[in-house]
Design a protein around this ligand. Sequence first.
Ligand SMILES: *Cc1c(COP(=O)(O)O)cnc(C)c1O
Length: 248
Amino acid sequence: MKKYILHNLEIIHNRINLACEKAGRNPNEVRLLLATKTVSPDRIKIALENGQTLIGENKIQELKEKYEALKGTLHENHFIGHLQTNKIKDILKYEVTCIQSLDRLDLAEKLHQRLSADNKTLEVLIQVNTSNEESKFGINPGAAIELIKNVSQFPTLKIKGLMTIGLFSAEAEKVRQCFKILKNLQQEIIRENIPNVEMKELSMGMSGDLETAIEEGSTIVRVGTAVFGARMHPDSYYWNEGTIENKE
Ligand SMILES: *Cc1c(COP(=O)(O)O)cnc(C)c1O
């Protein structure tokens, strides 16, 4: 298992380096986030003990289950899944340093209330739906600037950039369009010069499309399968379940 994961990590770093070279970018500008949904703490630890620093979970339940086992191993944890407002307390308890999936105002409002009470701040990325697929979360590109202006009013939330899940397609050019939308939106937001808003980070690109994402300006690629192997559940299990919101 260890050999398998380390070998895969080496391949991923080579892919990132090569893509950066092609795009004329410095590989230090692109951070690797390991998407660890369904991955056991033992396997995650192998990666963390061998140079990796950043992981991302999709579900509070998994965050909770792995928390104790990973606590002693230095790392940073981002949340990359759909977040229900009734789970906010947990996300703060399990020391997530960034929520990459902030996509609506009521969630921002409740996060702010909680953070204010705890005297804390939290980094966030705004998740944008660039593929126009109903199954995915994220704010529509056309509504993103208004959302960001509203979220920027909450001093506890530090907006650092944007996140998207590209279209699932074998056609690289269609996927590229999604990443271009995110990049263009970033540029537009920078021009707006909104106080309390930084737009440095673009979290885009996964196992299958990280090269395209890097060419289009990604600063965080989120990789699961290509490091840990195939998952048992289809991704729709992670990306659709929240459409039925728990009653709050
Ligand atoms: C699972 C997941 C990834 C990684 O996907 P892979 O295809 O396994 O690399 C990236 N981003 C999000 C939001 C995910 O849920």
